[in-house]
Ligand binder design. Sequence first.
Ligand code: BGC
Length: 687
Amino acid sequence: MLLLSLIPACSSVATAPSSSPPGSDLEGRVAELLGKMTLEEKVDQMHGSQLFAVADLWETPDNERLGLRGFRMVDGPRGVRAGKATTFPVAMARGATWDPELERRVGVAMGKETAAKGGSVLLAPTINTMRHPRWGRAQETYGEDTHHLGRMGTAFVLGAQEHVIASVKHLAANSIEETRLEVDVRMDERTLREVYLPHFERVVRDARPGSVMSAYNVLNGQYCSENRHLLTDILRRDWGFDGFVESDWVFGTRSTVPAVMAGLDIEMPSGVHLSFKLVEAVQGGSVPQSVVDESVRRIVRKKLEFVRDHPRPPPPDVVESAEHRALTREVAEKSFVLLRNQGGALPLSNLASLAVVGGLADAVNLGDKGSSNSVPSSAVTPLAGLRARAGPLPVTYAPGPTLTAEEERAIAAATAAVVVVGLTARDEGERIDRTSGGDRKTLLLSSEHEGLVHRVARLNPRTVVVMEGGSAIVVRPWVDEVSGLVMAWYPGQEGGTALARVLFGDTSPSGKLPITCPRDEGQLPSFDNVSKKVEYGFFHGYRFVEKQGAAPEFPFGFGLSYTTFTYTGLRLSAEEIPTTGSTTVSVDVTNAGKVAGDEVVQLFVSAQGSKVERAPRDLRGFARVHLEPGETRTVALPLLARDLAFWDVQSGAFVVEPLTYAIEVPIPQTRLVASLRVTKRGSPAGG
Ligand code: BGC
């Protein structure tokens, strides 16, 4: 039989996306299968098999009669959470690379490892907006800005779906950990459409994910998993999503009829609401048979689509292969953000000896212990990486936080001191138990870590602080005392090697902040992880800080290098375009220093004289470019008029205003600015 030959009973469900248009013979095969299913068999497609994972894989039931295997789902924004697997820098670190092509390669690697372990659905990427850095799961997402989130998430899905289905999560507005199961996140429609959803839309349109996971929380009065406006009106009708929506785990599905009628297709990880209760609801007439048929059609379509092109999983030895380990190191190197470098503290050249300080220097600190916990066979700590790179150079180590007299003498005598401080899974992450994870209580370092930094800085004038953590850390109490500062995030299993290479100058730091680092928490909107109802405004992150006229400690997009870049010749291929048009913004970037380096060119826009309130500026383009010393390259960034639109509440649609828009490319200390006129009936679309 056709289907049996497509899906051998024991093969994994799925491995690659199809490019076949709807209406091809795929639809015929889906309809044929549907026609053979009983109601019970259909409903069996719509829930997970059991509360607990089997060999780290969450299953949905097989249908052996029809040769239709269930899904095998596995977690993983930072690596596959099944046994040992390549553990990458967390998504926030990868966001700091501003490198979608690199992120696509990470997606390919994780997709391949998922398939090699028998998985067919990768529960990643997380693309929730980091509204506030105290959010415990901030490390799992890419940053605070919708354009940047959309580009990085799209890249990951395109890569992962070369092998498995990606489940993009968590739709929507999931950005508080402690109350995530019940908090009602309220916001007006414009804020939803412009701030919290466009990145999901971009991923859905540009990468066609097979799955979207609904969030636990309530959005504007309805649980996300029973929010018809979200799952049907917006996701399916407005964006054309043709995959299946699965719920977040256990408390992610709250009902039978409202959930199915809203557009939820699969309850995970078991069937409390969408199993026999759903059969009864259909039999009793409260859920039309056609609604179940549509859900099952969506699920079966993805099963057939993905199995067709890649029927065989990659071999097991792709897991933690040399290639994947090298990739984790490359990502880590490109993710570190150099935040301060006084008096040539870095790179670590002309050293007679080095002092390494701090318990985290000697710890494997890869991120939280929640669903994103990925465990490698081995990991290189900062201390191990620095020792290996230092070779014969004497390296002393003091764990702190208290220092013995002998340790103090060694720190004072060293040519430079590297202090590793920051956060661990105890301070932040998905809430696991009382002692692990949850939202951060403060943006400051612990008093022990702050004390250690003060002491080392007093002992050694060339003190470089390396911070680990998943989002912004307030450094104001001590930053002026140290000469170097690097944000290393949770840097993955090759993090120590990568760190040593960057600190010693084998490669120039090139990460840029995907978030705003405030001087103090008061510069940000308030973070309420206690109330059962919260209101999200139109502004957060750099949009909030800039509107307030506040100067953050380190702005969004900031990051230093060992070289210097100069920018010239900002120009537009068309300076006047119609509201349906586009232009290309170009700028020439030169590496004016003595070492090679990567630069991230960023493009912001601001509407002048809009009839609605706008942010002072919004990111609408970026590109990473590698430049050898003396080299110049032209970086061209496309800009569509529709990227300038606002959500018009009256018409219920995005509207591009005919206006003048300032086009801004920030460069060290200042910015290059040009003007773009968008007209109702202008010249045809430019370049
Ligand atoms: C998390 C999801 C995760 C799921 C399965 C939930 O608690 O919110 O992100 O994919 O568990 O582990």
